[in-house]
Design a protein around this ligand. Structure first.
Ligand SMILES: [Fe+2]
Length: 361
């Protein structure tokens, strides 16, 4: 049986089989410069998006810099079945086709990818995406922040979307806000993003925090209030998700680091560690430091995976007593959850195994 739902004036076709199909009307004018991609996937809904350039402009102090006029187009899909593959055609042609999986509500094996800091060295960013596509078949993707060098610069987004194209059209995307997003409207528009959020995928509860304490409000009073509110939300969310088999945390800024020049910088994140312990978080994943770091501290695995393209940082001062592995290299992480087991495998873009771990408590 087929049904046709009007969604913001655009028709969405849905089949009754496990693999469903959707199509959107072609955009009127402009050039597609990103996507298709899917964000905010829930068991029964998701947002299908693509980026359109309608022109470009230069301005007086930097004439050689041409900024594209960009906007995101989207359809909101509703009435989806949990744990199913959704096929779509976002715009005409092969490039407009893609698929994603909706989160299952029941326990079933699943796989996701974590990586971050893709903001510069676009050839490296492409190599990381190629590695992910070769060595993983993710049900969904978590990006730990710093998608681009400066989210306010329109010129950088088509480059980001071009590098990510083949991954974005295969799995739903869940980003965290990095400092290089500058809390910019572009990030919220183009990712249909929220400051912080959580979602369930089968037996796991995943929490994505906004660790950018320096930009979450216009002044210190507002920033402190916002951080307190997020911390209260975090504790309530952790408390309410104790029925999940696994709780995973994601954010841009790590609570600890092996980069000597950055040690002690993220005290607000270190201050969350007692909550992670109290509510039995299994794994916490961060970015910001452009390398790979793995810590085992009081029953929790902490990872830093900021090797998506930004210039690498030395791992010159691994913290004593908690360090499992550090490496100055590009990387991505694959997490496979099956019943009571969650296995992490970390790779260099060429597929060389960097690290592995079993999560659980
Ligand atoms: Fe960063």
């Amino acid at each position: 049986m087929w049904c046709c739902l009007p969604v913001f004036g655009i028709a969405l076709l849905m089949g009754a089989s496990a693999a469903r199909s959707a199509w959107a009307q072609p955009t009127n004018g402009g050039k597609i410069v990103g996507g298709p991609y899917v964000v905010n996937a829930t068991p029964t809904s998701a947002t299908l998006m693509w980026m359109v350039q309608t022109g470009e402009a230069s301005h007086g102090f930097q004439w050689e810099h041409k900024a594209p006029a960009l906007h995101a187009e989207r359809i909101h899909m509703t009435g989806l079945q949990p744990g199913t593959v959704q096929n779509y055609q976002a715009f005409p042609g092969e490039a407009g086709k893609g698929s994603f999986k909706t989160p299952p509500v029941r326990t079933a094996p699943f796989e996701f990818v974590v990586y971050g800091d893709t903001r510069t060295r676009h050839d490296v960013h492409r190599a990381v995406i190629a590695g992910i596509l070769k060595y993983s078949q993710p049900d969904f993707v978590v990006q730990t922040g710093d998608l681009v060098e400066d989210a306010r610069d329109h010129a950088q987004w088509p480059i980001f979307f071009d590098a990510e194209r083949e991954l974005l059209r295969k799995a739903a995307y869940y980003p965290a806000l990095g400092n290089h997003e500058f809390n910019a409207r572009n990030y919220y528009d183009f990712m249909e993003a929220r400051s912080y959020y959580s979602f369930d995928w089968g037996s796991a509860h995943l929490i994505v925090l906004n660790s950018n304490i320096g930009s979450i409000g216009p002044d210190k009073i507002a920033r402190d209030a916002e951080w307190e509110e997020q911390t209260r939300w975090l504790e309530a969310d952790l408390k309410n998700s104790q029925g999940a088999r696994f709780r995973f945390i994601f954010a841009h800024h790590p609570p600890m680091t092996a980069v000597k020049s950055r040690q002690g910088q993220n005290q607000h994140m270190a201050a969350l560690e007692p909550l992670f312990r109290k509510y039995r978080v299994a794994g916490a994943f961060f970015g910001h430091d452009h390398n790979y770091q793995h810590y085992w501290k009081e029953g929790i695995h902490y990872f830093v995976s900021g090797g998506g393209g930004a210039p690498l940082y030395d791992v010159d001062a691994p913290p004593a007593g908690i360090t499992v592995k550090t490496a100055k290299t590009e990387n991505f992480m694959v997490v496979k959850v099956n019943g009571a087991k969650a296995r992490v495998e970390v790779f260099k873009p060429n597929g060389e195994k960097l690290d592995s771990a079993e999560l659980g408590n």
